[in-house]
Write a protein that binds this ligand. Structure first.
Ligand SMILES: C[S@@+](CC[C@H](N)C(=O)[O-])C[C@H]1O[C@@H](n2cnc3c(N)ncnc32)[C@H](O)[C@@H]1O
Length: 285
């Protein structure tokens, strides 16, 4: 545990909560970063996975008395915590019907944090069935995403892991780029930002910011800039050939052909990819 974490209000509230709770020590820095702007606001905050209720007390103190703190758990005993002012729903986070019921009762919410069963279907269902019901400016947080790499009990790594699903969301938000010419999906219309922390994924929801992208420029003239991205290899070739044969001088037909090939660039992608392979080897070491 680093000493900065110990100074955080959210950590102090966690330590002093009157009911038992377990969290990973890196989460408190993340909480402070993603939640501080919601403090003392009138929000609806939902946590899946209540257990003894320790975290519910922490959230209530952190967000303040205007926040409505809601817990969801499979365990009917969690209902006891309602006497402390929390609203508790007993249900299964992998069940679509449960979510229909829940959102019918609660309407739109601001933040949902998943600290439930941590299995692929459970985490994916939370995001999928909650997404339509999160207010603009809200968040979906999934904790313990390290389970996407754990074999025992979680059946990962797998094509169907939560982390792979989250990477799919990253692909999906890129659909907003007109360059991709892809159909805008429901996900691309709602999710503005995806953040990956160690064992936590944060989705920031804001349909107002999810417009289809377009290029804009200012009023000044383009004086001399051209796209130099292909020139790395072209210049190399030029310096070799030009000195010997003068084939790539400015007006030559050969130069135009060669340039065209460079701009198609498939050969150069192969060369680039060799270098990238080496970088990836370093990354995965
Ligand atoms: C890690 S504990 C929650 C800890 C709590 N958030 C805390 O910080 O003290 C996980 C909880 O998720 C609940 N849970 C497991 N699978 C679930 C599911 N499919 N739907 C809803 N809750 C589930 C368990 O009953 C358990 O209470």
């Amino acid at each position: 545990m680093n000493k900065d974490t110990k100074k955080l209000l959210i950590y102090k509230l966690f330590k002093n909560s009157k009911k038992f709770s377990i969290k990973w020590s890196n989460y408190f820095q993340v909480y402070e970063k993603i939640f501080s702007s919601y403090r003392n606001k009138k929000i609806k905050f939902v946590e899946i996975g209540v257990a003894n209720g320790g975290s519910l007390f922490m959230w209530q103190k952190y967000f303040g008395k205007n926040a409505k703190i809601i817990g969801i758990d499979l365990n009917p005993r969690a209902k006891k915590l309602e006497k402390h002012g929390f609203k508790i729903y007993i249900g299964n986070q992998s069940n679509e019907k449960f979510w229909n019921y829940f959102y019918k009762k609660e309407g739109k919410i601001d933040i949902i944090l998943d600290d439930g069963g941590h299995k692929n279907l459970q985490q994916i269902s939370t995001v999928h069935y909650s997404l339509p019901h999160i207010k603009d400016g809200g968040k979906i947080i999934v904790e313990d995403t390290s389970t996407s790499y754990l074999k025992k009990e979680f059946g990962n790594p797998s094509k169907y892991s939560f982390i792979n699903y989250a990477k799919n969301i990253v692909d999906n938000i890129h659909r907003r780029s007109p360059l991709l010419r892809k159909k805008i999906s429901f996900y691309s219309k709602k999710i503005f930002l995806v953040e990956f922390f160690e064992s936590i994924v944060v989705l920031s929801i804001d349909s107002r910011k999810c417009f289809q992208n377009k290029e804009v420029s200012n009023k000044a003239q383009n004086e001399w800039a051209i796209d130099y991205r292909h020139n790395e290899y072209f210049e190399k070739l030029k310096s070799k050939f030009d000195k010997k044969y003068g084939l790539l001088n400015k007006r030559s037909f050969f130069r135009r052909i060669i340039r065209k090939i460079f701009y198609r660039n498939f050969i150069f992608n192969i060369l680039d990819n060799q270098k990238i392979k080496k970088i990836l080897r370093d990354l995965n070491n």
